[in-house]
Ligand binder design. Sequence first.
Ligand code: PA5
Length: 433
Amino acid sequence: MKTIKLDYENILSFAGKDVILSWQGKVTEAYGKLMGKTGQGADFLGWTNLPGNTADEMLSDIEASAKKIQSQSDVFIVIGIGGSYLGSRAVIEALKPNFFNEKSETKTRIYFAGQNISSDYMKDLMELIRDRSITVNIISKSGTTTEPGIAFRLLKDLIESKYGEQSKDRIFVTTDRSRGALKKLAGSMNYKTYVIPDDVGGRFSVLTPVGLLPIAVAGINIRELMRGAGDMADICKSDKIFENPACTYAAIRNQMLKIGKQIEVLSMWTPKFHYLAEWWKQLFGESEGKEGRGIFPASCNFTADLHSMGQYLQEGQRIIFETLVLTENEEKNIFIKKDPENLDELNYLEAKNFDFINKKAAEGTSRAHHDGGVPNMTLRIPELKEYYLGQVLYFFEISCALSGYILGINPFNQPGVEVYKKNMFSLLEKPGY
Ligand code: PA5
């Protein structure tokens, strides 16, 4: 079976193999903390074992719920913020056809709510779904987060007014095993509830019911996703920098920071990866950005952003390194035809397909950025399939944990996100603030 590959050729003129290898001591120490569960935040390492430890019954239960949701719903709304929605959205958008909600054969359309407090967004969504059959999945580990909480109030109200006694079949809850307001409500209303394990934090929860239920509702094979993650877990069973791609990536990232590259741009070459980049930004940003440290994670959608951010990347401050994410084989292809007039002078592309041209654009860009002082790596994904996406998710999670430990921070907390909440609560005159 093929695997994802990290190609670091365009790093070597900025940091040779010997320089990357000089991180071996730190990588070994970080790897030991992660696997031995002896580092900071060790109570939140349950995600490392998810591919091997998730019971078959759990997957079957999720698949059964997904079938029920598909059969009873024109629309399925995933309510959650941060780690409670980004993983499922990343996988769904990567693996479903573009515009899948618009396709006539799509029976259950999927929408997301609770990631913003925009009245426009909520009003438009409510109008869109009002006359359709609806099921919602409210996802919140704490059960107290404001954004999904207020979105759920509105949607619960709509469901209750439409379905009365039968409402409980249309509300699925994913939350903490025992704590929080949502757990209490789910218990009292007898909603079908999935548990987010205590030892898995939001941004590492895509392979728990947090991600798996919405992904299964989208008709994606969650067993293949888990199998890919499991195979990546096996590949990551080494602390040797050039044997384990997560160790390679973690070592290179820290070396880049050491030479002043404070920003990592993840550049995506298909619009389907927009949310994969959003998930990655949360994973690394919330995990590493603390105590005045960390690499700032940014992303670009190419080639669109080559016509905007491309200028900065090529000639702006030399504080950036880049990781390109490329799919080796695009399933669908579309070819350029000959035009007898050739007024646009594009006949030289005759019979070439879009994917071929996209790959040449990526190759040209990685060379140009390298020559302009932006070291870059490429993560190569063999195909856009569940199995490989499972590998990608697990690869980034392990890399993030290792990278954070090398950096010397606790990758599993997020004390900084409380500050805005305190101010907002006080401005909203919440009792006690
Ligand atoms: O990674 C995290 O812990 C956060 O991004 C959370 O996922 C996010 O804040 C949502 O929290 P909750 O699931 O408690 O509503």
